[in-house]
Ligand binder design. Structure first.
Ligand SMILES: Cc1ncc(COP(=O)(O)O)c(C=O)c1O
Length: 508
């Protein structure tokens, strides 16, 4: 009598009790011709105990889900609750015995660890840092001078109104809240824009800027198969993810010129010209993220010219309306310029920054069409795409926007608060420039910081320099050298200037 073999094998059975089961089996074969003599039983028992020990060792790193005994001949084994053999019940003759143990191995073994998000991962690293001087300039969220999150007073008022009115939480239609859709299109195009009266704009409420972009990407994938989206180099990190996940091909157009820390306008125009006719050209309506560099009004005209010449589709991402200049109208000028030319265009909107509604996920997708009839059809398809994705959008943020925009007093209060936020960012921008210019004796020109607008400043620091900012100075920023000025206070400008100067000059 001996253990003939033992094998550990892994198998995958697609159907097991109607579900998929992935298990590993340890097979142990025991050969015995012991007959029914009691001493033979004893030896057989010891052998099976050995086998059990092997099984338990094999399963030590995973939980045993079952132990099955195939008494291929006549032997019988009693199994304990732990799945291991504890003894014989009745034996006549023994022969080959095989046991198998199925251990649970996750069906997710093949799923690798995803890399941390380059922007949101920065906040996680910041939280883990215990240094008192730490500064989070990674995520684009407005902070007060005390570096605390800020809820707009006008938002609190709108929410109080909603409570007083006892508004319900019924489902919204797929396209969202009608009052919100009206308000958002009016804010974007101007309330008296003929496009709205002529009903040429298909507007649906989206899950903030990201969800609205994703919805448009789904529309492109379905109705413009093979069409390419051109995105600026660099751009907001999530743009590439959005089009990748929607299976929309994309490539980049030149935008940032490291030599001037400004706009590579010639490169941009050349790349848009070179794109296959009918491409979608993704443009940041204002406050380009991450560079903070926007085209001038004259440059916008030229961009519109070349897009029209090549029969491309302009696709605006407007995430900072009112936040860049402090004026809702000024920041919508690029979109309105294209719309005034009678061009069909896509515009995604977000209320994360300008109303501080980051977590409410409120935004919109607008498609300007050349006829009211086309707008109705496009809207019907946007709804059709939204329904299986998220069914219908959330109500809370939509009501806040509709209440603020729909009430002249609240609307004016919002504008004042928006100017205050944009103003605070302009002040820290100026102070940072002043500190850099005063402290840096190398003669480097830091004026690009003043030329940039919006929440961000693209410092021109490379990856190693950005890492020095974090590792040595506890200043958290994205690896592309972008800092969010909305997360900076006047009090911290000098410290930040020291960190930038050290990283710029002492790290290559
Ligand atoms: C350029 C750009 N587009 C869209 C968004 C979308 O933001 P959200 O989905 O929070 O509205 C952002 C946010 O940072 C952005 O910078």
């Amino acid at each position: 009598m001996s253990i003939l073999s033992s094998t550990l094998s892994s198998n995958y059975s697609p159907q097991h009790h109607g579900t998929q089961k992935h298990n590993r089996s340890l097979y142990i074969s025991i050969d015995s011709n012991a007959g029914s003599h009691p001493r033979a039983h004893r030896r057989q028992f010891l052998l099976l105990q050995m086998a059990s020990t092997m099984l338990s060792l094999a399963s030590a790193s995973a939980s045993a889900s079952s132990l099955s005994m195939h008494d291929t001949l006549k032997g019988k084994v009693k199994l304990g609750s732990n799945g291991l053999s504890t003894g014989f019940v009745k034996t006549k003759s023994f022969g080959r015995v095989s046991m198998s143990i199925a251990v649970n191995v996750s069906r997710f073994e093949g799923i690798t660890m995803a890399p941390p998000d380059p922007i949101l991962g920065v906040s996680e690293a910041f939280k883990a840092d215990t240094n008192d001087m730490k500064l989070n300039l990674g995520v684009g969220a407005y902070r007060t001078e005390e570096l605390q999150p800020y809820v707009l007073e006008v938002v609190k008022k709108a929410e109080n109104l909603m409570l007083q009115r006892g508004e319900n939480k019924e489902y919204l239609p797929i396209e969202g809240l009608a009052a919100f859709n009206k308000a958002t299109a009016e804010l974007l195009f101007g309330a008296d824009n003929p496009l709205l009266k002529e009903q040429k704009v298909a507007t649906v409420q989206g899950l903030s800027g990201t969800g609205s972009l994703r919805l448009a990407a789904a529309l492109i994938e379905r109705y413009f198969p093979g069409a390419k989206v051109l995105i600026s180099s660099p751009t907001w990190g999530n743009h590439k993810n959005i089009f990748n996940d929607a299976r929309v091909p994309w490539s980049e157009y030149r935008y940032y010129d490291p030599k001037t820390v400004g706009l590579d306008f010639e490169g941009m125009i050349a790349d848009i010209k070179d794109a296959p006719e009918g491409s979608f050209i993704l443009l940041h309506g204002c406050a380009h993220n991450p560079t903070g560099i926007d085209p001038t009004p004259e440059q916008w005209e030229k961009i519109a010219d070349v897009i029209q010449e090549k029969n491309h589709n302009p696709f605006f991402d407007v995430a900072y309306q009112g936040f860049a200049s402090g004026s809702l109208d000024t920041d919508a000028a690029s979109v309105r310029l294209f719309a005034a030319r009678g061009m069909e265009l896509f515009v995604a909107q977000s209320y994360s920054k300008n109303l501080g509604l980051y977590a409410e996920r409120i935004g919109a997708m607008n498609v300007v069409c050349s006829s009211a009839d086309a707008a109705v059809r496009v809207k019907s398809q946007l709804k059709r795409l939204a329904r299986p994705m998220y069914s219908n959008p959330p109500i809370h943020g939509a009501k806040i926007v509709a209440n603020v925009v729909g009430d002249p007093t609240l609307f004016n209060e919002w504008k004042v608060e928006m100017e205050m936020m944009a103003g605070r960012i302009k002040n820290v921008r100026q102070k940072l420039f002043d500190s850099l210019s005063a402290k840096d004796k190398s003669g480097k020109d830091w004026s690009f910081i003043l030329k940039q607008i919006g929440m961000f400043s693209f410092t021109g620091l490379n990856i190693a320099q950005s890492e020095n900012m974090t590792n040595k100075w506890h200043v958290y920023l994205t690896k592309d050298g972008r800092i969010s000025l909305a997360g900076l206070s006047l009090a911290k400008c000098e410290y930040l200037a020291d960190a930038i100067i050290d990283s710029f000059h002492n790290v290559s």
